[in-house]
Ligand binder design. Sequence first.
Ligand code: PBG
Length: 314
Amino acid sequence: MRRMVAETRLDPADLILPAFVREGVSEPVPIGAMPGVVQHTRDTLRRAAVEALEAGVSGIMLFGVPEDEKKDGLGTAGTDPEGILQVAIRDVRAEVGDELVIMSDLCLDEYTDHGHCGVLDEDGRVDNDATLERYAEMAQVQADAGVHVVGPSGMMDGQVGVIRDALDTIGKEDVSVLAYTAKYSSAFYGPFREAVGSSLKGDRKTYQQDPANLRESLRELALDLEEGADMVMVKPAGPYLDVLAKVAEAVDVPVAAYQISGEYAMVEAAAEKGWIDREKAILETLTGIRRAGGRMILTYWATEAARMLAAGRR
Ligand code: PBG
């Protein structure tokens, strides 16, 4: 009866798998603060994409981890057609074609030696407009590599519009933009910074949002839609379900939520200590995000959760 009258149902197709691929490694590298998640080799990434697809997951979001010596002030590896992310996009596209939606992180922090999401001005501050030029170039190389959806996560003002124009200019009108609309400056990104080997010192408070603000997200939302966002996202998910619900109520484009590294790490750590039922906790967090209005959910548990759902675990 409970199942029959449930107001919220999760489906494997709601899920998108974020995945890391590291340049120059022959074995996958475990991420300490994210048990069960690895920095993939090119080969294991292809396999992970196939497994996600077979489990019914609808998309994969790719993050590149370049060799340390390739990082520089401008994040050059992020716009190199032979850079790790571009290579990985081509690999995955060759493997799964159009069966799985291939998404890419469009941000400089994985490629800069200072670890910021943009380029810096003379005073060491993130230069918004100079960064937009880099993003435009990134969008074009990622599109050339065969990505279906780009995900600008750097929170620069005007990024969606600049990226849309850059894509249209090279005839990539059908590459979509998933806007990181509400992205909060969150302590829960901690494990991710290990996952991409980030060298960031300091914080991202000059470009990410204050956790105290909700109305600010609705302003960001209006701007992103005006600039041409095809889909919008709220991130993190769990601590911001109210934001997610408001955003979902306000728009008619697809709404995504990103259950981030720290949200993953908390459940895994508590489960490892035997303090909670791991599978139930995973499905409960995902159901909550879905109930709040997240149509698409980016989660490191995507493949496993899709299998649980297929097996009828509730
Ligand atoms: C920035 C980016 C971050 C995440 C995705 N894209 C980190 C940040 O803003 O510091 C975090 C994802 C996670 O924590 O799982 N490129």
